[in-house]
Design a protein around this ligand. Structure first.
Ligand code: GLC
Length: 728
């Protein structure tokens, strides 16, 4: 469906010139749809509030938050346009994070695919469904780098690595926005600028403190990648960065985002974050908050009213120039024009299309493929894939017969999502498939963390040919404001695993989670274990297809899985320290270690198994030196020594051994997926360029430094397969 270029090009500058200051300020304000339609309700994503708006203010509001559905959005738009003195259409924005109606895996799972194509395809599907539901802008991609599994919003990120996050960010932007030729393209908003994922102690909304070097090395690249891919909006974050709330942080927003990166499109606040600068103790009142927000470079105020109620006096006394307000309004009107809203305010909204497109088989197939590609096989003691000719299988656990959509599931519903029990029955119509809860979920029913269902489950498992355990954490245990101090498997689930695996070794656990969990208590008992994340609408069928070998595992961990929550934050690209731990058992005294836990995570970044084995040869370098205007080629031979055709992800890491600032032990620089027949061998080569060797120095340059480097090529970040070379 293409956007017809109807009517003469709008003279948006004239519109701005004809607007009163108050109308401009309303145009820069975003509220939920109940301000326009009293009885309407959309997605509520924060504390409700009253804003003392006049009828004239409401008539000139610029954008609405969280209204979904063609009928509702058309009604909102029509009601608004009847009132707006300048007939400026609304921008309708919502959180379409991993699917609108057809839900695919949470972004942490999409990161685990290490596959930009499926990420782009899912984003494109989400955009089409959202556009049909009347949405113009999604508050995605969320690209906050995460290293602390206690943080609830790990689920919304693509993980702990800046390179992977940058690739995933750009893929989402391409998928959502396309080239804006179609009404099924929507604008997208990269968030949360900046470094929201580094909240101290993993507690949501908590302070963030780091050097500019660390910020630029790890936390900023993915926002920049989204912007370079053409992202239309940036959302500033709730958190303080080095004591200054991001929303009012002029250095961050104006100096870096606008001036250094040249971003001249819309910057929108997070929910009520301007007014929360008072809570932060950074502003004395709404007036100071409005001044600091607009001077920092923010355009739209989401769900607070400092612009509307305080900006007129700031302009009147010359504290804020109206020119600044005009620039902000122009950015908003430019996007409305780009989306064709002046010509067609309904744009892609279609009640008819909702009936045929939402959850259609094509979209379910995309969601299923994504769920299959996001799953990560952590352990397999030769039990998987199960044979499809088995006669009896039991599916056990609190998540065995529950749709698992995760947080930010849009308009999806778990009732419409296929459960593991349903997926196995669908795949094996002739097999006897039983479902038993086995225990209550644990966290959710802490008081009744039941154990009385375990015995019956174990008895059923004893009589079955195979067992699938479905455990982990519930969809609502991760997401915004859902940080946890314990990320272990609840005790009732641990006891269930022990009881079931003691009577049937033909078992696998599907781990449902929105963050890395501590699997230390259950790993020793299980024959096989796979992380399914929160896989969405087709999670159950994806599980069945993977466990019965209809497809193979391809996923790799985008975040380290700790042995203990006490290790958090734990991540692969750590600094060596002056006393690196030398022995795997971590017992060398006076070297960095814990007395009660190894330094290493239980499962590392980039790790994942498949149904095949692959051998990777030593690295061959085209040279042991390179200068800054050439490159060298690093090659390994990869051989499939398994029994079936299969894929593996070959990863290139670089280590800058000595530099003007301590550098990580290694950093991911590229990855390639290769498919080989049994016995087949092939070369995998990477071009190592000087650009790959650059980093942000503490003196503010982004450059490479001559000296010794190591190239690592392997199947995960633990690889020690390396070769040395010099940049001369
Ligand atoms: C929420 C979230 C943000 C979301 C916004 C609108 O508080 O922090 O990610 O996009 O409000 O719902």
């Amino acid at each position: 469906m293409t956007v017809e270029k109807k009517g003469a090009k709008m003279n948006i500058k004239k519109i701005v010139a004809d607007m009163s200051l108050r109308q401009k300020l309303a145009q820069l304000s975003q509220y939920t749809c109940d301000f326009i339609l009293k009885d309407a309700e959309g997605m509520i994503t924060g504390p409700a509030a009253a804003f003392n708006l006049t009828a004239e203010d409401v008539a000139s509001i610029g954008t609405v938050l969280g209204a979904c559905g063609a009928e509702l959005t058309n009604k909102i738009q029509d009601t608004h346009l009847a009132e707006d003195p300048h007939k400026i259409p609304l921008l309708l924005m919502a959180d379409i994070i991993h699917g609108y109606k057809t839900v695919y895996p949470i972004p942490l799972g999409m990161g685990a695919t290490f596959d930009e194509d499926i990420v782009e395809e899912c984003s494109r599907m989400a955009a089409k469904e959202a556009a049909i539901g009347g949405i113009h802008v999604t508050f995605s991609p969320m690209v906050d780098l995460v290293r602390d599994a206690r943080w609830g919003r790990c689920m919304e990120s693509t993980g702990e690595d800046a390179y992977l996050n940058s690739k995933m960010a750009a893929a989402q932007v391409r998928g959502y926005q396309g080239n804006f030729e179609s009404k099924h393209n929507i604008a997208c908003c990269v968030k949360h600028f900046a470094a929201y994922g580094a909240a101290e102690a993993g507690r949501d909304y908590n302070s963030v403190d780091m050097s500019e070097h660390k910020l630029r090395e790890y936390y900023l690249p993915a926002y920049k990648a989204a912007i370079d891919a053409g992202c239309e909006l940036v959302m500033t974050a709730f958190n303080t960065l080095n004591g200054i709330p991001s929303a009012g942080n002029k250095w961050l927003v104006n100096d870096i985002l606008r001036e250094e990166w040249g971003f001249d499109k819309i910057v929108i606040s997070d929910y009520n974050s301007f007014r929360e600068m008072i809570e932060h103790g950074y502003c004395a009142d709404g007036r100071e908050a409005a001044e600091k927000a607009v001077k920092a470079g923010n355009d739209i105020e989401m769900m607070s009213n400092t612009y509307i109620t305080c900006m007129e006096s700031l302009v009147a006394d010359g504290t804020v120039s109206e020119e600044l307000i005009d620039k902000a309004v122009l950015r908003v009107l430019k996007l409305k024009e780009k989306l064709g809203l002046f010509d067609d305010p309904a744009r892609g909204a279609s009640i008819e299309d909702e009936k045929t497109v939402f959850l259609c088989e094509e979209h379910r197939a995309i969601a299923r493929k994504a769920a299959e590609k996001s799953a990560v096989l952590l352990k397999n003691n030769d039990v998987l894939p199960f044979s499809k000719s088995i006669k009896k299988i039991v599916v056990i656990g609190p998540y065995a017969n529950k749709g698992m959509n995760g947080a930010w599931f849009g308009m999806g519903s778990e009732a419409e999502s296929m459960t593991v029990f349903e997926g196995v029955k669908k795949l094996l119509p002739d097999c006897e498939v039983l479902y038993l809860a086995g225990c209550k979920a644990g966290f959710a029913e802490k008081a009744e963390n039941s154990y009385d269902l375990i015995e019956e489950a174990a008895e059923a498992a004893r009589k079955a040919d195979a067992v699938i355990l479905c455990i982990g954490e519930d969809s609502f245990e991760s997401g915004e404001a859902f940080s946890k101090t314990s990320i272990s498997i609840p005790d009732a689930q641990v006891e269930l695993v022990k009881a079931v695996t003691s009577v049937n070794r033909n078992n696998v656990a599907a781990i449902f989670c929105g963050r890395p969990l501590v699997l230390t208590d259950i790993e020793p008992y299980l024959s096989a274990m796979a992380v399914m994340w929160q896989p969405g609408t087709e999670g159950g069928s994806a599980c069945a297809n993977l466990f019965f070998g209809e497809c193979d595992f391809e996923g790799r961990l985008p975040m380290s899985f700790p042995r203990s929550v006490g290790q958090c934050p734990v991540f692969y690209n750590y600094l060596k320290t002056g006393r690196p731990q030398e022995t795997p058992n971590g017992e060398t005294p006076y070297r960095t270690r814990y007395l009660d836990c190894l330094n290493t995570p239980l499962y590392s970044f980039g790790y994942g198994l498949s149904y095949n084995e692959f051998e990777i040869s030593d690295i061959a370098l085209s040279s042991d030196k390179m200068n800054s205007d050439d490159s060298l080629i690093a090659t390994v031979k990869v051989k499939n020594v398994g029994q079936r055709k299969g894929k593996t992800l070959i990863q290139l890491y670089i280590s800058d051994v000595f530099a003007s600032v301590a550098r990580p032990v290694k950093e991911l620089r590229e990855y390639k997926r290769i498919e080989l027949m049994p016995g087949e061998e092939s070369d995998v080569s990477f071009e190592i360029s000087e650009e790959m060797l650059r980093f942000n120095t503490v003196s503010g340059e982004f450059t490479s430094e001559k000296g010794l480097f190591k190239a690592y090529i392997g199947a995960d970040s633990d690889t020690e397969n390396c070769a040395e070379f010099f940049l001369i």
